[in-house]
Design a protein around this ligand. Structure first.
Ligand code: MRU
Length: 344
């Protein structure tokens, strides 16, 4: 299963809404189709949507046929449409900014065909780099893991959330490959069930022992001494270390603190947003109430039940023992150490 693949000027997307029961790929050959796939969460996970949006930007450029003077305004529309698909994961903004910078670097050539070519190459480079970055995160994270360990993770921060390999699950894979004896508890992650549908599927495919739990079981498992460590991904990390990740992450961090269990965040440095000083400023996406009233299309609450559906929450930095990036492990104080790692 490949999250994304660029083939003959088209982005092939694994439709994650169909997993685990069906493996279905969809072709996105226009930037609007990429935007649609991101909105519907056919492709999801911060690094994966960053890469998908970058390919979307390239597709937008490839479709341009008008007068080259109009190209720049048109590309601004493409960028804005892609950027507004999902507001929380900063990797989306990061990817689009990198694509835009590449485009302006080429502006002096006044050759739209060359710019189109360069943008396709830039999106491909973002995708290739993502895999390399995740492997580095895996290596650094593995240094924290003892030989025998029970890890709790939330949502899906695996290869399906990235171009390949994964962040939190990249660490698990790296430890497993180095011969460590590990076992993962995967929280199901209501309402979209990324844990049950995706994390469990991935780990079973890699032959890594995994046990599925519902989200409300985590505290009891910690009390029973079944969890040694919590590792989750991130959608946006503020300058002070406050971290947005899938709804439910904050509860796990508080529970981990109470039970003196180390809580780690694994993320590429592209998830760090120094423009945002604290978690309070991170935009939290609210999604369709239907996601809560139903499970996989089956109604589980009255049709008109009032629903609140924030897709992410913010874990205060004080609960985070370390942030594992491709440049190394960042420890508190985050306000100092996040800046240091970014200039490294
Ligand atoms: O709504 P999703 O499925 O895109 O949310 C995904 C998460 O919250 C992940 O934990 C995060 O993006 C990190 S993925 C490496």
């Amino acid at each position: 299963m490949k999250t994304l693949e660029w083939r003959e000027n088209c982005l092939i997307i694994l439709d994650q809404t169909c997993l685990p029961t069906e493996i279905k790929y969809r072709e996105a050959c226009t930037y609007q189709e990429v935007a649609e796939a991101i909105k519907k969460m056919e492709v999801r996970g911060a690094p994966a949507i960053g890469a998908a949006a970058s390919f979307g930007f390239a597709l937008g450029a490839l479709a341009f046929k008008g007068n080259c003077l109009d190209f720049w305004d048109y590309m601004e529309t493409v960028r804005a449409e892609l950027e507004e698909t999902r507001p929380t994961a900063v990797n989306l903004v990061w990817g689009l900014r990198r694509m835009q910078n590449r485009m302006y670097e080429m502006k002096k050539e006044w050759d739209i065909d060359k710019i189109k070519e360069a943008l396709v190459e830039e999106a491909k480079a973002i995708a290739v780099e993502d895999v390399r970055i995740n492997r580095k995160i895996g290596e650094y994270g593995n240094t924290l893991l003892p030989d025998k360990v029970n890890i709790l993770t939330h949502c899906n921060a695996g290869s399906l959330a990235t171009v390949d390999y994964g962040t939190a699950l990249g660490i698990v894979r790296s430890a497993h490959d180095s011969g460590k004896n590990l076992h993962v508890y995967a929280g199901e992650t209501r309402p979209f069930l990324q844990g049950a549908r995706l994390t469990v599927l991935e780990l079973m495919e890699y032959g890594i022992p995994v046990t599925l739990i519902t989200d409300n079981m985590a505290g009891f498992l910690m009390q029973q001494g079944k969890i040694d460590m919590v590792i989750v991904g991130a959608d946006r990390i503020a300058a002070n270390g406050d971290t947005a990740n899938k709804i439910g992450t904050y509860s796990l961090a508080v529970l981990a603190e109470e039970h003196e269990i180390p809580f780690y965040v694994a993320a590429p440095t592209s998830s760090i947003d120094l423009k945002i000083s604290s978690g309070e400023e991170i935009p939290v996406e609210e999604r369709d109430p239907c996601e809560v009233r139903t499970i996989m299309g089956v109604q589980i609450a009255p049709e008109t039940a009032k629903v609140y559906n924030p897709a992410f929450d913010i874990t205060p930095a004080k609960y985070i023992h370390g942030i594992i990036t491709e440049k190394g492990i960042i420890h508190p104080p985050y306000s100092v150490n996040l800046v240091k790692i970014l200039v490294k």
